[in-house]
Structures are given as structure tokens and as C-alpha cells.
Design a protein around this ligand. Structure first.
Ligand SMILES: [Zn+2]
Length: 167
């Protein structure tokens, strides 16, 4: 949802700011009928964002694991590679997905994309906590860093959306 988008005063449909007719009910929109739309939080977009971020984190971690390899020839874990796969992998997923979500999903708001990413990061860290059964200072720092990456991603995506508006 872009700030400038308007709502049809006849049927409530959301329309791009430059259109003179509603693309749903077909009625002409007089200037005084152009009601700026203040939309609330969309749980649909929040859930979509959460899922996309989650999938992206899995994919980038998986790709990092394949590219780097986390086992040596004795099938022992290589610590440096494991750190990159388990930290940098998800970070890359968060960055790519948050930029993509806010850029490509036209009506999504920063809030929905961001909360979706935060929610996924929170779940991921809860998962870590369940597996290792304690919280480390580093894991909290990593979670905060992930949140910063998500903030950067949604604002970057939104910036690109404004620069290269399509549709
Ligand atoms: Zn309408």
C-alpha cells in the first residue's frame, strides 16, 4: 500500500492515485471523492512476509552449506564454515527477502514486512534456544543484528519501490 493510493468512495476498492475510474466498480472518481486511504495492519501480508523470510533463510543457508561445505574429509565439522553457514547464511536470506518483499509486493507496508521478518527471527532464535537449551549473549547479539538487517532491507526495498515505481 502506497501512501498516495486512494479508496473508491463507491465501493471501497483501493486504486492507484492517478486513475480517474475505479477498476472494480467502474465509477468515475471526482477529485472530492478521492479519499486518502489509511489502512490498518494487514495480517495477510505479515504472514506472507514471515513465510518468505523463513524460506529465504533456509535457501541461503542451504546454498552457503553447499558452496562452502561444512564437513572436512573426516566428516568433522569445520568450525569457520559452520559459523558462516549458520550466521551469514540466514543474514543473507533476511537481507534479500526483506528487500524483495517491500520492492515486489506492491501493497505491502514497511510495518508488515518488518514485523514478518522480526517474527521469523524470533521463532528461529526460540528454535536455537530449544536445541541448545540455553541463551548465549552472542545469540542475542546475532538476533539483534538480524533485526537491523531486516530494518535496512525493508527501507531499502521501499526506497527502490519509490524510485522505480511500476504499475
Ligand atoms: Zn469502486
Amino acid at each position: 500500500m502506497n501512501k498516495e493510493d486512494i479508496k473508491c468512495s463507491h465501493c471501497g476498492n483501493i486504486i492507484p492515485p492517478d486513475s480517474n475510474f475505479c477498476n472494480k466498480c467502474g465509477k468515475e472518481l471526482l477529485p472530492q471523492e478521492r479519499i486518502p486511504e489509511k489502512l490498518g495492519f494487514s495480517y495477510k501480508y505479515f504472514i506472507i512476509s514471515s513465510l518468505i523470510v523463513f524460506l529465504a533463510m533456509i535457501i541461503t543457508s542451504f546454498v552457503a552449506a553447499i558452496l562452502l561445505g561444512i564437513y572436512d574429509s573426516n566428516m568433522d565439522i569445520i568450525p569457520e564454515n559452520f559459523i558462516i553457514v549458520s550466521s551469514v547464511g540466514p543474514a543473507a536470506g533476511i537481507l534479500i527477502s526483506t528487500i524483495a518483499i517491500t520492492f515486489f509486493i506492491k501493497y505491502i507496508k514497511i510495518k508488515e514486512a518488518l514485523y514478518g521478518a522480526f517474527f521469523t527471527i524470533f521463532l528461529l532464535k526460540c528454535g536455537d534456544f530449544i536445541i541448545i537449551n540455553y541463551i548465549t549473549f552472542e545469540s542475542i547479539l546475532v538476533a539483534l543484528l538480524y533485526c537491523l538487517i531486516a530494518i535496512f532491507g525493508v527501507y531499502a526495498g521501499n526506497f527502490f519501490k519509490k524510485q522505480f515505481r511500476f504499475g
